[in-house]
Every structure is written in C-alpha cells, then in structure tokens.
Write a protein that binds this ligand. Structure first.
Ligand code: HEC
Ligand code: HEC
Length: 262
C-alpha cells in the first residue's frame, strides 16, 4: 500500500516537472528558438550571452572552467538554473551564474535548457596534453576507468556508471551526462561535492545552512547522492576520473532519454 502511494506521487511530480509550457517544433521543455536567442544574445542588461562563456557550440572552455552544455539532459540543465537562482548552488568559478539564474524567468530557463539539448556537438573532451603543458595535474584515464566501472571498494567509492550510465552518458532525467565533460569542470565539481560532504554530510540543508556554506561546496544534489559518492575520493581519484570521463565517448549518439519522454 505504502509503495503504491509513493509511486503515484512520484509519477505526479515527474509529470508536473516535464509538462511542456510551450511546445515548439522540437518537442521538449520549452521553446528552442527563444532559447537560441537567449543563448546567442543574452537578455536585457542582466543576462549576458551564454555562448560568451559556454562557447557557440556549447562545448564550454577549460580556460575559464565552464562546462559543456551541448546535449546535456534538459531537465538537469533546468534544475541547475533554478538552483543557481535560488542560491541552492553557488557558482564560485566566475561568480556569474547566480546573477544570471535570478535574471531568467522560469520560461527562459526551460527555453534555454531545450536549446542546449538540441546542440549535437560531437564529444571531443579536453586536450589533456595541453593541460599538462599548462601545468595542470592530469590523472591516468585507465585508473579512472576502473573506478567509473567498478568503483573503488577498498575505500568506499561506488561505480559512477551505476547512476550515470555507460561512459557517463547519463541515465534519464536526473543523472547528468558526465562523459565528454570538460576536465577542469569535472575536477572542480567533484572537489566541491567532497568539500560539501566533509562540511555537511549528506543531509538536506536548511536555508540558513545553505546561506552559510563555504564557497566551493556543492550541496544541491538530491538526497546527498553525489556527496556520499565524493566523500571518499582522493585527489588522485578525482584527477583519474576526470581524465577518463572527459575522453569517454558515449557509444550511442548523445544521451538516452528516459522511455516515457520518447
Ligand atoms: C561569465 C561566464 C558565464 C556566462 C555568461 C554564463 N555562464 Fe553558465 N557557467 C559559468 C561557469 C563558470 C559555470 C560553472 C559554475 C560552477 O563551477 O559551479 C557555469 C555553469 C552553468 C551550468 C551548470 C551546468 C552543469 O553541468 O551543472 C548551466 C546549466 C549554465 N551555466 C547555463 C548557462 C546559461 C543558460 C547561460 C546564459 C543564460 C550561462 N550559463 C551564461 C559561466 C558562465
Ligand atoms: C547514487 C547515484 C550516483 C552515483 C553512484 C554517482 N553519481 Fe554523480 N551525480 C548524481 C546525481 C543525482 C547528480 C546530479 C546532482 C544535481 O542534481 O545537481 C550527479 C552529478 C555529478 C556531477 C556534476 C555534473 C555536472 O554537470 O555538474 C559529476 C561531475 C558527477 N556526478 C560525477 C560522478 C562520478 C565521477 C561518480 C563516480 C565516482 C559519480 N558521479 C557517481 C548521482 C550519482
């Protein structure tokens, strides 16, 4: 009985979350054409063009620490924009995403999330040789692959692919694509989840706790899932995982959508 109630309410929430307000030519959360205008030109005085930092093709840029957005799960992108707007997630890299999130309407967020999902930019990944030449500590992809596939049971790290799918290609609405993501960004996020785990554990935070959290501590993961994963990662694990994931190419083109969306 209890299980039926939980399932029903989950379906209700999920249905509410994906209900398209505006259905455009490309079916999705929002209007792709409106999203493209925001992405390329920004909006008013408060929203600069997204492509200025995330690149026209949505590839992001290791030099400024921006993530790849191309073909990312639209519901995940929408959640991040809403979390930046509410302050549940802090952008401590360039200190811009919080202001940008606040200046976007909910419809803008849906439109731009839909647009970036349509960008079919090939998975290139970071140039690890260039990063090494620039003095970055770059890990060993082969060691990262072992953790992504099997975890590191000797120190309590689960397999990434159990939630993020093969080669980190994402698994439905909640689990973002991490394969093909940029090295600098991956390293930064994993470190941020680990910092947050050390500071707050995996509990859901109150508004006061969110406001007090240190920079570079990411706490917007539902039920502390990523904090629980990251808390036992060593610096070396993080470098190895980032090196593997940035080069990992999803074998199916792009992200699988959860069956109910197709
Ligand atoms: C001034 C540079 C800058 C601009 C302009 C910018 N971003 Fe960002 N964005 C960033 C940085 C830096 C991060 C990484 C923040 C962090 O490390 O937490 C980021 C992160 C994000 C994320 C999180 C992605 C993920 O994988 O979790 C989303 C979504 C995003 N930006 C969307 C946008 C959109 C949409 C726009 C335009 C409306 C935009 N950004 C404009 C710099 C920028
Ligand atoms: C129990 C499920 C689970 C496991 C296992 C897991 N993750 Fe995650 N991961 C998540 C969820 C959920 C999110 C999205 C958090 C949010 O909504 O902001 C996430 C987010 C991330 C992000 C941020 C992506 C972005 O674009 O900002 C990275 C990087 C990441 N995971 C890497 C890993 C790595 C590496 C491993 C293995 C060591 C791993 N994950 C294992 C559930 C998981």
């Amino acid at each position: 009985m209890k299980r039926i109630i939980i399932t029903t309410s989950f379906v209700a929430i999920a249905a509410c979350f994906v209900a398209p307000a505006t259905v455009s030519a490309e079916e999705g959360l929002g209007n792709v054409d409106r999203g493209r205008v925001i992405y390329q030109f920004g909006k008013g005085d408060d929203v600069p063009a997204c492509q200025g930092c995330h690149a026209a093709d949505g590839l992001g840029d290791d030099n400024v620490g921006t993530p790849r957005l191309a073909y990312q799960i639209d519901t995940y992108v929408l959640k991040q924009l809403a979390d930046f707007a509410s302050g549940a997630r802090t952008d401590d890299t360039m200190y811009q995403m919080n202001d940008i999130g606040k200046a976007l309407s909910e419809q803008d967020m849906k439109d731009v999330a839909s647009y970036v999902h349509t960008l079919k930019t090939p998975y290139i990944g970071s140039n690890l040789d260039q990063l090494r030449r620039d003095g970055a500590e770059v890990g060993d992809p082969a060691k990262g692959k072992m953790i992504a596939e099997y975890g590191a049971p000797d120190h309590g790290v689960p397999a990434c692919e159990s939630c993020h799918g093969f080669h980190g290609r994402s698994a439905g609405r909640m689990y973002p694509a991490v394969g093909g993501q940029n090295y600098v960004y991956l390293q930064h996020e994993l470190t941020s989840f680990r910092n947050a785990a050390n500071e707050f554990g995996s509990k859901t935070l109150t508004a006061e706790e969110i406001a007090s959290k240190a920079d570079n501590a990411r706490t917007n993961d539902y039920m502390g899932q990523m904090r629980a994963v990251a808390k036992n990662l060593t610096d070396e694990d993080i470098q190895n995982l980032a090196a593997f994931l940035t080069l990992a190419k999803p074998t199916t083109p792009g992200n699988p959508r959860s069956p109910s969306r197709d």
